[in-house]
Design a protein around this ligand. Sequence first.
Ligand code: AMP
Length: 547
Amino acid sequence: MQGLMMHRDLRIIDILRHAAEAHGDAGIVSARVEGDLHRQSYPQTLGRVAQLAHALTGLGVKTGDRVATLAWNGHRHFELYYAVAGIGAVCHTLNPRLAREQLLYIIAHADDRLLFVDADLVPLVVDLLPDLPEGLRLVVLTDRARMPETPHGALCYEELIAGQPATYDWPDLPEDTASGLCYTSGTTGHPKGALYSHRSTVLHAMQVPLCQTSSFRAGHCVLPVVPMFHVNAWGLPYTAPLTGMTLVMPGPNLDGPSLFRLMDGEGVWSAWGVPTVWAGLLSEIDAQGRIPQGFGDLVVGGSAAPRVMIEAYEARGVNVAQAWGMTEMSPIGSHGVLPPRYDGADDEDRITAKCCAGRRIFGLDFKIVDDDGTRLPHDGDATGELYVRGSTVISGYFENEDATRMAMDAEGWFGTGDVASVDSEGRLVIRDRAKDLVKSGGEWISSIDLENAALSHPAIAACAVVAMPHPKWDERPVLVAVASGAERPALEEMHAHMAGHFAHWQLPDDLVWVEELPLTATGKISKLTLRQRMADYVLPELRGGAA
Ligand code: AMP
């Protein structure tokens, strides 16, 4: 048809070009591995990104090549995101907290050509070195004066880009060019890669601020505590420049006092990350008797935000929004901004509304299905596996046909592995990971719901509910808890505390106290490791005379 609108491909570099022009006062503040606090504006960043692009092409990086990063959140990592994608190559973020075998598998599977590494992570690479593919070039993200001892032939980042031209003739890439690669931590089997495109990344960058409206304010600061190696720091390296926000990058120190100091000093408005991090910040807030100055917005995702945590931040004047998403989705799928009708609602109703995973973002479709794959109604009650479809969802795993076959259904939807219900407003309630649900006597018990109820007891600092084998009921729930002080309530007391929300048969059969709970490489409580640790555990009822 004649006269149709122009077609311009969506390109990641255009986000930064726009920011450099429209939001020249904003930029990136980085708490660097070197120990300093570094500042640079978006126009300066665009210049350095161009220099890096020249350096990359000089090193022979071509369209489609994978360039790996092993780095914390900082401006150099940001520069890699844009320069690598800008020249048509793929920025492959590696998670330094993964086990050695997983890292080696991922690097080999992705066939990485170059590896950019933060100075403090060089020892990790030295450890991997004997088993790394030959020809993988190493670049250390620092200047010559601060180069650590490195293997022979390693390059220095600042030397590499120094003297390169600060402009680049960015190629007109098709929007379906691959731009980024991130592997899921993989609880079973090998890690699987999600390959993002320029199109999916730019669309995600536009969709998220459109929905998660409380967080994005031009001229304000946003803090991604969620790492840049975990699904592109939930897209913040793209959404922040697009909306004129300054990124405050925390580097490797994510403990409560370090975060408080950084947020307080920079006046961070919005902070994003997993619940475990916000528990640490909350302790520091209590120790200081105040919130960091300027702080007003918290986005919690990656696992369910406990109600007590939402209450605690809201009571201190911080607006909390929960988000749900996954590596396979760029990653945000739902946002926790409440509909306007909650504006005048009482606290109880507002907090209850914030305890779910929020409403679906524009551009994404949800469906929930039963075990036979039959669609269930979006009535807020019917519960089944959640499937998603949209321009920000993978169409299959990177170079992995078996995993792709398992994940995609016949209609081309992606199976999330989450068990959920959706209501008529698109509001999502994640009941559990399918593999974390407790299946007792043919009924499901949500571990998330039990954990939430247990956490509202003041003696419990952190907890996880795991399913333990039972000959009659298949599985029974056990509460594993970390105490917040000296008090250790008995199981009966916990039952009394939780009883209002559950039928008696849903309550845990045992309460096990531990010093700490194991975390995954992305900072979530690792139920897999916990179950492994409890391999020899026997439910009290089955312990013969010993119980
Ligand atoms: P990842 O790919 O590592 O980001 O993990 C994605 C998974 O984290 C999802 O499939 C969910 O099981 C879980 N998850 C993420 N956000 C939430 C949330 N707000 N509530 C409950 N579970 C969540």
